[in-house]
Design a protein around this ligand. Structure first.
Ligand SMILES: *[C@@H]1O[C@H](CO)[C@@H](O)[C@H](O)[C@H]1NC(C)=O
Ligand SMILES: *[C@@H]1O[C@H](CO)[C@@H](O)[C@H](O)[C@H]1NC(C)=O
Ligand SMILES: *[C@@H]1O[C@H](CO)[C@@H](O)[C@H](O)[C@H]1NC(C)=O
Length: 566
């Protein structure tokens, strides 16, 4: 969809700009995502069907896979996004931290914000995808928009400047990796190698509404990512390393596969100012009914693929996956010429002992447990370990919770039985496997398995069935609930996450600016003594908008050129 802006509008705009209009008039909204849906060496844009050269952290549609079409994206059964119909996928490299012993710790990506900044533009065609940034870049050219579009913000440090390389300090409230995509399109191709189908404006900034090159005349929505990495370490030069091996930070890049329903985004354009809502999507009428809070519970679709290698999910790894020796501070990348790719895709159908089947996900009854007859904990828990443990004790039901805990029993209450179905709520991977999301429960949630032959006694209360073991199990249950209570902490991190200044483009000396600050609250509940497992609830709140007396006028002028300056 394209709405041309005539000369009348242009001159009117100029007049208004000179009067320093302080509100923007174009839709501008931010989709929030919980943690990654998949972290693996997969990149269907650059390495379709193959193993990608480095590990990526991916958010968006649950259907993400190595060979991927628009129709695949749309068919995903959920998304990490807080707008249910946004089945796009968004990804960057995974961040690691080099330890003193030379090994690498995976630095968790805890949430991502994906911005859509609009003027009156063309909609993305189905199948549209693009990449911004260059995974082998070693230099920074301040006049080059492609370089400037890659940046970092160190959160929790007052007045930390935005930087083109990794910030030279630790970031107590996350390292925010940022990528601004090109917003000029050739109008023809959904993708070209090296993303030659898209380009940055020719002047006025990488993130401006400056003129598009003649080769790429069509303006598309500006897409901008903020990926938050939990980077709370004592600072050490060279310790941050992208999965590419780069320890400077210039190799940050990002991929986008468009997964919105065809024709939906243009329905937002006419709202102009009304949908310039920042994080407050509820204020934009077309988005409001589509909001969802279950993005952080979205898990990959059944049968999803993953690369069969240790990416460092639970333990430090000796080398970065792939052929990625550390480079950057020591010069350009020098891959090992003898490297042979041995990694393979595996389909993550978790093998469980024969005779057992997965029933689904069950929330623990409040104040008690669904299965109390026996329990064990294993820092390398898998469904197989738990099922074998329960079988050895003669139980026909087994439940895995919080990635590491295993519970057994022979009966469930009727109410519990009928509650088993919510597949999305058990989203935790098993500690003992890297590719098992959904198989090892969640926070106070069990992934339940049943042995065939064993009957699930759907008693209205568990008391009779378990009365013979009641003493033992009562004390177990008590011990369990105590340890749970004491080992659970709630941490609140409030971070000033975005301060964006919108300035007018063009030759005006006045920066008719709008500063919007939005505060995001990330509340994470995590077990202290469990390795990096947490559930994250995202609440976007916002947004001290500078109100404008001339909203109506501005709305009429929708389409003119205000751009974020980061
Ligand atoms: C920096 O980028 C500008 C704009 O792309 C280009 O004209 C210039 O040659 C580059 N400088 C260097 C040293 O590469
Ligand atoms: C997630 O949210 C969407 C939209 O509100 C809803 O359709 C879907 O059923 C939800 N899924 C779960 C498991 O809650
Ligand atoms: C975690 O548990 C292990 C074994 O039970 C114990 O040795 C360690 O001190 C605990 N760590 C914390 C932080 O509580």
């Amino acid at each position: 969809m394209h709405i041309s802006s005539g000369t009348t509008l242009l001159s009117l705009c100029t007049v208004l700009f000179l009067r320093q209009i302080t509100a923007w008039t174009d839709p501008f909204f931010v989709i929030q995502h919980g943690p990654d849906i998949i972290t693996s060496r997969i990149d269907p844009v650059i390495s379709p069907g193959g193993i990608s050269s480095h590990v990526h952290s991916i958010v968006g549609s649950s259907s993400f896979k190595p060979t991927y079409t628009y129709e695949n994206s749309r068919a995903g059964r959920c998304t990490t996004a807080n707008i249910a119909i946004d089945h796009s996928n968004y990804w960057t490299p995974q961040l690691y931290r080099k330890r003193d012993d030379g090994k690498f710790d995976l630095v968790k990506m805890n949430r991502a914000n994906t911005y859509y900044l609009s003027e009156q533009v063309y909609d993305f065609p189905p199948g549209f995808r693009m990449v911004a940034g260059n995974p082998s870049r070693t230099t920074y050219n301040a006049s080059n928009y492609a370089d400037k579009a890659i940046s970092y913000v160190c959160l929790g440090v007052n007045g930390a400047p935005e930087t083109g390389a990794f910030p030279k300090q630790s970031c107590p409230n996350d390292l925010r990796a940022q990528v601004f995509f090109p917003n000029c399109w050739d109008g023809i191709n959904t993708y070209l190698p090296n993303s030659a189908h898209v380009a940055y404006p020719t002047s006025q900034g990488y993130n401006s509404g400056g003129p598009c090159p003649k080769t790429h005349p069509k303006r598309i929505l500006s897409v901008f990512y903020e990926f938050h990495f939990t980077d709370r370490f004592t600072y050490k030069d060279g310790a941050r390393v992208w999965a590419t091996g780069d320890d400077v930070g210039y190799s940050l890049h990002a991929d986008f596969t468009m997964g919105w329903p065809k024709g939906f985004l243009p329905t937002i354009f006419p709202y102009g100012e009304k949908c310039a809502v920042d994080f407050s999507l509820e204020n934009c009428p077309p988005l409001k009914p589509l909001m969802t809070t279950n993005g952080s519970a979205c898990t990959p679709d059944p049968g999803f693929q993953i690369v069969n290698e240790d990416i460092g999910t639970n333990n430090p790894i000796a080398k970065l996956p792939g052929n990625n020796p550390v480079w950057g501070r020591s010069g350009p990348k020098k891959p090992d010429p003898h490297y042979k790719e041995t990694a393979q895709f595996v389909t993550s159908t978790i093998q469980i002992p024969s005779g057992w089947k997965k029933l689904g996900c069950l929330a623990e009854p409040s104040g008690s447990r669904a299965l109390t007859a026996a329990r064990t904990t294993d820092q390398a828990m898998t469904p197989t370990k738990c099922l074998n443990f329960c079988a050895s004790k003669g139980y026909s039901l087994a439940g895995v919770e919080w990635s590491v805990e295993c519970y057994c029993g022979n009966s469930l209450m009727k109410t519990s039985l009928s509650a088993i179905n919510d597949q999305l709520a058990c989203s935790m991977p098993c500690n003992g496997l890297d590719y098992s999301a959904g198989y090892c429960g969640g926070s106070s949630k069990l992934t339940i398995y049943q042995k065939s032959g064993g009957s699930v006694v759907s008693s209205s209360s568990t008391s009779k069935a378990t009365s013979s073991t009641s003493k033992a199990s009562t004390s177990t249950a008590k011990a369990t609930s105590t340890s749970k209570a004491t080992s659970t902490t709630t941490t609140k991190t409030t971070s000033k996450s975005t301060t964006k200044t919108f300035t007018t483009t063009a030759k005006q000396t006045s920066t008719a600016a709008k500063t919007s600050s939005s505060t995001q609250k990330a509340t994470s509940t995590s077990k202290v003594n469990s390795s990096a497992k947490s559930t994250l609830n995202i609440k976007g709140s916002s947004s001290s908008k500078t109100s404008s007396a001339s909203t109506a006028t501005n709305t009429k002028l929708a389409g003119h050129k205000r751009r974020p300056v980061h």
